[in-house]
Design a protein around this ligand. Structure first.
Ligand SMILES: Cc1cc2nc3c(=O)[nH]c(=O)nc-3n(C[C@H](O)[C@H](O)[C@H](O)COP(=O)(O)OP(=O)(O)OC[C@H]3O[C@@H](n4cnc5c(N)ncnc54)[C@H](O)[C@@H]3O)c2cc1C
Length: 444
């Protein structure tokens, strides 16, 4: 009789985003390819788009059809399995993860409800916007949580511009009022991007609309200054650049209601709006609370130790935006690793080592976040931010083209992790060559 086939260690990664996808690709290359472990990636969608690009999709600078990557193709190239589905439950005692059924666009069943068995389970399901129960957000504002939100905003922006152009042609110009709630990186980047792309849109047939004058943008922020998570220097520089772009910034204004007329604040002000974006805070998804009895903290994040293991189950890991990971190096009591793509990327790299150590029965390495600084993009040719490093002895303010180039390099690093250096080089050349045959902005 044949000896029973040894079962391979099953690693299930839930969430193929900024952290989960590079992790699956590396583990697939290192462990899956050699048959040392079976790597499965689960995501609710069939294609991946790097989340920090969503504001560019919303403004129309980036076409998601061109930049999205199919998980199934990546799975094939990197020796992991891909399973589409959303998490429906977790049975930790049986080491089982339940996935909901998947339906196609017409509502027909594509995949039934399924159960995946795991030896190691890793959650990296990201975050969603937190509306802090402000009334009217769901009905009257858009948050940039997923690609569909960004595309919906873009379609509305185009429609509002075309409408305003027709009104101007008929002699009664009203323009377009856009209010962005929240002056964190997402809100600031979106406002700058819209200023640049609407200018380009106008050159493709909006004959009567003057984008600089007729498209009015306001950023409303409750904190006393913009970019509250970044240093004052960066905020000051960004404020100056927003001013140059004619973007009205209202700080110290707490939004209390959004309705069909616009945005209302605690001070009694009303900002008239045709389009409202909510970008004033994030939380981990609500469904994580009580999932399989795992511990969650403020903002629904799964509480993890410095090995990125959840506090109640050493077989379940979490990282990225959905995890509350201690950051002792920050020097503040209770500080947590910030929800950023660079943190998710660093944690993914650590987990590649952790999984190898786990298979070898060795102790797991611990995570130490290295804050490399933060950059805020203010359009195609400009960015502002701070670089952190021991060599420069702290934080250095950078701006302009160099900052913009460094901002873009974070995406390139992500692409390298999933497409390889040759793939990224070919992709970049291909995009450069196709510039002459595609409009500068997305027109539909
Ligand atoms: C407009 C914008 C700009 C940003 N710019 C920057 C920046 O410049 N620099 C920076 O460091 N950070 C930036 N961020 C933050 C950055 O995007 C996040 O910190 C980062 O994406 C977190 O990575 P993650 O892997 O934890 O989650 P994500 O990248 O969000 O990935 C989560 C994945 O989980 C999947 N998922 C979610 N729920 C389920 C479910 N129930 N079942 C199955 N799959 C699920 C999602 O489909 C997604 O693929 C930006 C964010 C936004 C919105």
């Amino acid at each position: 009789m044949d000896a029973p086939k040894p079962t391979r260690h099953r690693i299930v990664i839930v969430g193929g985003g900024a952290g989960g996808l590079p992790l699956a690709a590396r583990l697939g290359d290192k462990l899956g390819r050699r048959g040392r472990a079976e790597i499965t990636l689960v995501d609710r969608y069939a294609t991946h788009l790097w989340k920090p690009l969503l504001h560019e999709v919303a403004a129309g600078r980036l076409d998601a059809d061109v930049h999205g990557v199919d998980y199934l193709a990546l799975a094939y190239w990197h020796h992991f399995r891909f399973r589409q589905g959303t998490v429906a439950g977790l049975d930790r005692a049986r080491h089982e993860l339940m996935l909901d059924a998947v339906y196609d666009d017409d509502g027909a069943l594509m995949l039934p409800r399924r159960t995946l068995r795991y030896d190691t389970l890793i959650f990296c399901v990201g975050s969603v916007s937190n509306d802090f129960n402000v009334p009217g957000i769901a009905a009257h504002a858009i948050s940039l949580d997923v690609l569909a939100d960004a595309e919906r905003f873009h379609r509305r922006l185009l429609a509002a511009c075309v409408r305003a152009d027709a009104e101007a042609a008929a002699g009664s110009p009203t323009g377009v009022n856009i209010v962005i709630i929240g002056a964190g990186a997402t809100g600031v980047e979106l406002a700058a991007e819209i200023r640049h792309t609407t200018g380009a849109h106008a050159s493709y047939g909006l004959d009567y609309l003057d984008p600089e004058k007729d498209i009015r943008q306001t950023i409303v922020e409750a904190a006393p200054r913009i970019l509250p998570q970044l240093s004052e220097h960066v905020a000051e520089a960004a404020t100056g650049l927003l001013k140059k772009l004619d973007i009205d910034v209202r700080t110290g204004e707490r939004v209390t209601l959004v309705d069909e007329h616009g945005v209302h604040t605690a001070s009694g002000a009303t900002y008239r709006a045709d389009l409202v974006v909510w970008a004033a805070g994030i939380k981990a998804p609500d469904w994580l609370v009580d999932l399989g009895g795992l511990e969650t903290g403020r903002g629904n994040q799964l509480v993890v130790t410095t090995t990125l293991q959840t506090t109640r189950d050493a077989d379940v890991f979490a990282f990225g935006d959905c995890a509350a990971c201690p950051w002792p190096e920050a020097g503040r009591a209770g500080a947590l690793v910030p929800p950023r793509a660079q943190a998710a990327r660093q944690q993914a790299l650590l987990l590649v080592k952790s999984m190898q150590a786990r298979l070898a029965g060795a102790p797991l390495p611990t995570f130490h976040f290295r804050d490399l600084g933060s950059l805020v993009s203010l359009g195609e040719l400009s960015a502002v931010g701070s670089l952190m490093g021991r060599l420069i002895g702290g934080s250095l303010l950078i701006q302009g083209l160099i900052a913009r180039w460094m901002y873009a390099s974070l995406y390139k690093l992500h692409q390298v992790a999933i497409l390889g250096y040759v793939g990224v080089a070919l992709d970049t050349v291909g995009r450069f060559l196709s510039r002459r045959t595609t409009p500068r902005v997305k027109l539909h």
